[in-house]
Unconditional design. Structure first.
Length: 445
């Protein structure tokens, strides 16, 4: 495989897609060795076919704000790869959304979904619409306008969207409501739905819960236990909330959360009503964490800073891509961090990942660690198809088993001779092999 020539031809075709190229490069470097052992992959141009999405929908979303003014956003759906099942992946509503971000997310999703063991292909979508400071009515009108365009291109067996940053249960409700009205069917084309209309128990918690189940498996490889460990978490949205909840339940002490305004350090640990308060912070729609320090005066707010400067045992980026860079990685390492697990997609820069691997820090990538979210979406699809609802215990047990299985796949492909587990390589190779074999079996399409 000629990684450099594949990357430079991609760069020439799609200039300026930095995040996408970063994600592709990471996968190509990981799989190079095994790919070279399979000349049939090269002959079928598997890599060249994998790095182009099957198709991309781009559309205009005009809507009217509360002042009566017309707003225009751009909407996207990147249907990346459906070799192993219907396109599946979230929608992100955030000011930073562009095609490069959604292509990187759709590409990652393809391998992540393969790791879950469930039959789901990869997709991602969203808009540069920022929900920050928008009224409920504005959010509803925007979601409806978004769906007016997208509805024809999705369906329960073709493409099943879900939430991501800026898209939670409320947005899914508005999106799904409009979808149903237009498509005149009620088969659960979205996941992350409310419990009353086809949603799955545990789905809201699943990304964070699954991440902690995975972290537990990572610690076990070093005969370590999570009880009593201090944890730094970034973000304060749905994913961070699930991670704080499960880490605390398992006996760890979470000392930080963060927002775009800075981070909170709480030496007593973020537990009990403080976890509930995270939901209040989120619902305020202001996108800031500073009020936490006013409500809980023993904690400190650090304006404009990231939590990685604190001394902790475990670091869990739960906010957005590239939120932890090489300098942050160095600080964590110097402070004796034991385990770093990306809960956000591509939470660490490439340089930070290289640094952790070079220093043989216990480190795992988002496509393995956070796969519990989409896995539980897959379980929601199963329940919808069967027209029934499983108990929380049933879903949680399946989630737990899936995360254990993903960890085993990472070990199978990522364990080096010196016993260091390269989870990046393990996850990429395991995901790639499944997708590649499925593509080979189905011919040139
Ligand atoms: O990044 C992700 O895996 C998600 N946002 C969840 C996708 C899904 O379809 O549940």
């Amino acid at each position: 495989m000629r990684i450099d020539s594949i990357l430079s031809s991609l760069e020439a075709k799609h200039p300026g897609e930095a995040e996408f190229l970063q994600a592709v490069k990471e996968v190509l470097v990981s799989i190079e060795q095994v790919y070279n052992q399979h000349p049939e992959f090269e002959k079928a141009r598997i890599i060249e076919r994998l790095v182009e999405p099957d198709r991309i929908f781009t559309f205009k979303i005009p809507w009217v704000d509360d002042r009566g003014e017309v707003q225009i956003n751009i909407g996207y759906r990147v249907q990346f790869n459906n070799a192993i099942g219907p396109y599946k992946g979230g929608l992100r509503f955030h000011a930073s959304v562009n095609l490069s971000t959604l292509k990187f997310l759709g590409f990652e999703q393809t391998f992540k979904n393969a790791l879950t063991t469930l039959p789901m292909g990869g997709a991602k979508g969203g808009s540069d619409f920022s929900p920050k400071g928008k009224s409920n009515a504005e959010i509803m009108r925007f979601c409806q306008a978004f769906m007016l365009e997208l509805w024809r291109n999705i369906g329960p067996d073709t493409d099943v969207p879900a939430g991501d940053i800026g898209v939670g249960t409320r947005e899914i409700g508005y999106l799904y409501g409009m979808y149903k009205k237009l498509a005149r069917e009620n088969t659960g084309t979205f996941t992350g739905k409310g419990l009353e209309y086809g949603g799955s128990l545990i789905r809201p918690e699943a990304t964070g819960f699954g991440a902690l189940y995975f972290v537990n498996r990572m610690l076990e490889t070093k005969n370590l236990n999570i009880v009593g460990k201090t944890v730094a978490i970034s973000g304060f949205g749905n994913v961070a909330w699930g991670a704080v909840t499960k880490a605390t339940q398992l006996g760890a002490k979470v000392v930080t959360i963060s927002g775009p305004d800075g981070y909170i350090y709480d030496p007593d640990g973020i537990s009990g009503d403080k976890i509930e308060y995270m939901l209040e912070l989120r619902e305020s729609g202001e996108d800031i964490v500073e009020p936490y320090a006013q409500k809980y005066p023993k904690s400190t707010f650090y304006a404009g800073k990231k939590p990685w400067e604190q001394k902790v045992d475990i670091a869990l980026p739960c906010a957005i891509q590239n939120e932890l860079n090489r300098e942050d990685a160095q600080k964590l390492f110097e402070n004796g961090v034991t385990c770093v697990a990306e809960v956000s997609n591509m939470g660490c820069t490439a340089e930070a990942v290289d640094f952790f691997i070079e220093k043989q820090v216990l480190f795992a990538p988002g496509k393995a660690v956070n796969a519990g979210g989409v896995a539980t979406s897959g379980l929601e699809m199963s329940q919808n198809a069967m027209h029934l609802q499983w108990s929380a215990e049933e879903v949680d047990k399946r989630l737990h088993d899936i995360m254990t299985n993903i960890h085993a796949q990472c070990l199978q492909y990522g364990k080096a001779d010196n016993d260091y587990i390269n989870y990046v390589k393990g996850a990429n190779v395991a995901g790639f092999m499944k997708v590649a074999h499925a593509m080979m079996a189905q011919g040139i399409i």
